[in-house]
Design a protein around this ligand. Structure first.
Ligand code: ADP
Length: 322
């Protein structure tokens, strides 16, 4: 291959820039020209492409977001628009793609490969960590640390006023952020899609904590299908018990900020391995990590399976927060 392209797609995640940098500079080291596609599949359809040189990557390793911008494209779900995108790629002489995104973006990449034979390697960039086949995704560690920083601050005021706080973190279908943040932040209960707890039980636990001399409590909830779930929970607790729980919804700040060292290292390794895999003739794979080792996982496996959260961290958080 003489020319490849990289794009970021779906939800943005801190560390995507470190991944782009690794892709560009690894390609340069292997004498391969590299193009950046702007706004994910939107830019692929609209032919928004830029040449990326190693020096263009200066000073981005520490920046959140993505210099290539990201996007969601309803049009790309249709074969006729994928044909336009494929035509644009072929006209630009692009022989392979590195896709940085979540499993939705990988589905798009698979469609492009099966319909237009454009080789693609995926690397998982999403704060949710909900991608099958890899322990870790770019941005997850940063999002957890951002949420944790906020929770540590909330703990100060919760403690000063003897208050109960319900903190809502991101994670629509996945409770990975909630579980990690809950354990690290000393939460008494963590509510996720995998761990649904009846309000009665939560109330019993809060009352028991008070009889044991605990004056403040933190509950963590994943946002679930609609943000604002924490308000419903606070209301339900109030109705059952007269206990007053304050609500804090952390929201999109969890998507931004400078990536942690962990995410920069992960992004650098995955980005570099993705280029190596593409240039050695591989395709239709995601590069991920299992037990800190780099693994190649067929995209079919990634997109056809769901990564289930495990409740071990939640159980441990319960034991440790007495
Ligand atoms: P993520 O990659 O973070 O999971 P999305 O699920 O929003 O984000 O997917 C990003 C984009 O990938 C979508 O806007 C769409 O353009 C494309 N995409 C997702 N699923 C498919 C699919 N089944 N076929 C073709 N393109 C898809």
């Amino acid at each position: 291959m003489k020319k490849i392209a990289v794009y970021t797609s779906g939800g943005d995640a801190p560390g995507m820039n470190a991944a782009i940098r690794a892709v560009v500079r690894t390609a340069h080291a292997k004498n391969v020209e590299i193009i950046g596609i702007l706004n994910g599949y939107v830019g692929m359809i609209e032919n928004k492409m830029i040449t990326l040189a190693p020096r263009d990557m200066a000073n981005i390793v520490q920046r959140g977001g993505t210099i290539l911008k990201t996007g969601r494209s309803a049009e790309f779900m249709k074969p006729e628009y994928r044909a336009i995108a494929a035509e644009n790629l072929k006209k630009a002489g692009i022989e392979g793609l590195v896709c940085i995104g979540g499993d939705g973006s990988f589905r798009g990449a698979q469609a492009l490969l099966s319909e237009h034979k454009i080789p693609v390697i995926g690397i998982a960039g999403t704060i949710d960590n909900d991608v099958f086949g890899t322990d870790d995704t770019i941005g997850f560690d940063t999002a957890v640390n951002t949420a944790l920083d906020a929770i540590d601050k909330i703990r100060d005021t919760a403690d000063s006023h003897d208050r109960i706080f319900i903190v809502e973190v991101m994670g629509r279908n996945s409770g990975f952020i909630a579980s990690a943040v809950g354990l690290a932040g000393g939460a008494e209960e963590i509510l996720t899609a995998e761990n649904v707890v009846a309000v009665d039980k939560i109330v019993d636990k809060l009352r028991e904590s008070r009889t044991k001399g605990k004056s403040s409590s933190i509950l963590i909830t994943a946002e679930g299908q609609k943000p604002g779930r924490a308000y419903d929970l606070a209301e339900a607790i109030r109705k059952k018990s007269n206990l007053d729980a304050k609500v804090c919804i952390l929201g999109h700040q969890q998507r931004g900020g400078s990536p942690t060292a962990h995410d920069r290292i992960l992004a650098s390794r995955l980005g570099s391995e993705a280029v190596a895999a593409l240039l050695s003739g591989k395709a239709n794979l995601m590069i991920g990590t299992l037990g800190n080792k780099i693994v190649e996982v067929p995209l079919d496996q990634v997109t056809q399976n769901e990564k289930r959260g495990d409740t071990t961290l939640i159980q441990l958080a319960r034991i440790l927060s007495v």
